[in-house]
Design a protein around this ligand. Structure first.
Ligand SMILES: Nc1nc2c(ncn2[C@@H]2O[C@H](COP(=O)(O)OP(=O)(O)OP(=O)(O)O)[C@@H](O)[C@H]2O)c(=O)[nH]1
Ligand SMILES: [Mg+2]
Length: 382
């Protein structure tokens, strides 16, 4: 059963989403929180809103400090082909892994809580760069370090769980996944996925596959209660109205992840790896203590980030660009044309492509041709 919020609470939530400033949003969320009825069905929602309030307060405090010229921003702006957050419990070896990948030399000793804020560095892989973000340790209870780490993870393209083989493995996995899930980040496909894409017009349309447990009419009605009158709702799997409401209120994310097993120089690592593969069936496990670690990490992250490299070749030139464009897997010629110049779409005639997406080098293709990693493209326009 959905949380059945009173109309007054729903109205406050809608207003909070439309707030122009963080301060305004904070005040509205506080009002929303006190308008949520206090019963078992709303427990998760109240917890989540309390967390949102805590994060907003933290961000406002940080902005105040920054204005005074103190402190720096904690949100690491994305650079490179993908951003990877390293998270783990105290002393699990995050900073040592970070140093190995980036070639930097940040303090990594047995002192607990050494890393105090998210810190970025770049890693070279093939002809592209990944941004690696080291984070403060995650530990039990609401605390500033854990919230800095989870905020970083929520923003990243790929999450790397750094697991210490000398500490209890189940407990580390349980803590990290529960903290992430509390922040609506999931490392596994959800049994039912609901995606809400807001639009300017067209009413509420529902596209459902896999026997949803609610009708289109109920979904449209629920969204209307939250002030959403135009949206495409994509439902996969046996979602009920609760799942739809969670998607409206929380924006759940499913993130690709990889496990890095540290401090496992010995042969006993096989045992730990098997355990981890069982606990986290969607995360490949890499052993930090092997010589191929860095190469393997690059390969794994490249594949998890679902990206492709496309090289452009100017007309009448023999060689392609040295640096690739980074695009999402499944991108087409149209995506390249748009990323080169927005006006180019109007004069586009055809493209020639060399690489694995075509049968022969220099094949002529149109805008909807799907490209593959490593393709070279030459654009012909009028
Ligand atoms: N032998 C060995 N030691 C490791 C390994 N990984 C980490 N260590 C050691 O474990 C200690 C802690 O490593 P850090 O990299 O500081 O761990 P952290 O997770 O960044 O810890 P905090 O930032 O303090 O939360 C250091 O003394 C490292 O040298 C490993 O794979 N093998
Ligand atoms: Mg550290």
């Amino acid at each position: 059963m959905p949380t059945n919020l009173p109309p007054q609470a729903q109205a406050l939530w809608v207003k909070a989403q439309e707030a122009k400033t963080k301060q305004e949003k904070l005040e509205l969320l506080e009002q929303f929180l006190s308008a949520i009825p206090d019963h078992k069905g709303t427990e998760k929602l109240r917890h989540q809103i309390r967390h949102q309030i805590a994060v907003l307060k933290e961000e406002l405090e940080e902005e105040r400090m920054r204005r005074k010229g103190k402190g720096v921003s904690y949100l690491v702006e994305k650079e490179g082909a993908a951003q990877i957050a390293l998270i783990g419990v105290p002393d699990s070896g995050k900073t040592l892994v970070f140093n190995t990948l980036t070639g930097l030399n940040h303090p990594s000793t047995s002192v607990n809580f050494e890393t105090q804020r998210p810190t970025p560095g770049m890693m070279v892989y093939l002809d592209l760069m990944f941004q690696i973000v080291d984070t403060p340790s995650i530990f039990e209870g609401q605390n500033r370090f854990t919230s800095l780490a989870t905020t970083t993870a929520r923003n990243a393209d790929v999450i790397a769980l750094v697991i210490d083989s000398t500490q209890a493995i189940e407990a580390q996995v349980a803590l990290l996944t529960s903290v992430l899930e509390r922040n609506h980040v999931f490392l596994r496909p959800l049994k039912a996925q609901v995606k809400i894409i807001k639009r300017a017009t067209g009413g509420v349309n529902v596209m459902a596959t896999g026997n949803p447990k609610c009708t289109n009419k109920e979904v449209a009605e629920l969204l209307r209660q939250y002030g959403i009158t135009n949206a495409l709702v994509v439902i996969n799997g046996p979602a009920d109205l609760d799942d739809v409401e969670a998607a409206v209120l929380q924006g759940s994310l499913v993130k690709p992840s990889v496990v890095v097993l540290t401090k496992s120089d010995s042969l006993s690592s096989q045992n730990a790896i098997q355990k981890l593969e069982k606990l986290l069936p969607y995360s490949p496990v890499l052993n930090f203590s092997t010589n191929e670690f860095k190469q393997k990490f690059g390969e794994t992250v490249f594949s998890l980030a679902q990206i492709i490299r496309i090289y452009t070749k100017p007309l009448n030139e023999k060689s392609r660009s040295a640096r690739p464009l980074i695009l999402k897997k499944g991108s087409t010629v149209m995506d390249v044309v748009k990323s080169v110049h927005s006006k180019l779409l109007e004069t586009f005639e055809y493209a020639r492509v060399w690489g694995s997406s075509v049968k022969f080098g220099g094949a002529k293709v149109g805008l909807d041709h799907e490209l593959a990693d490593g393709d070279v493209i030459e654009i012909h326009a009028r």
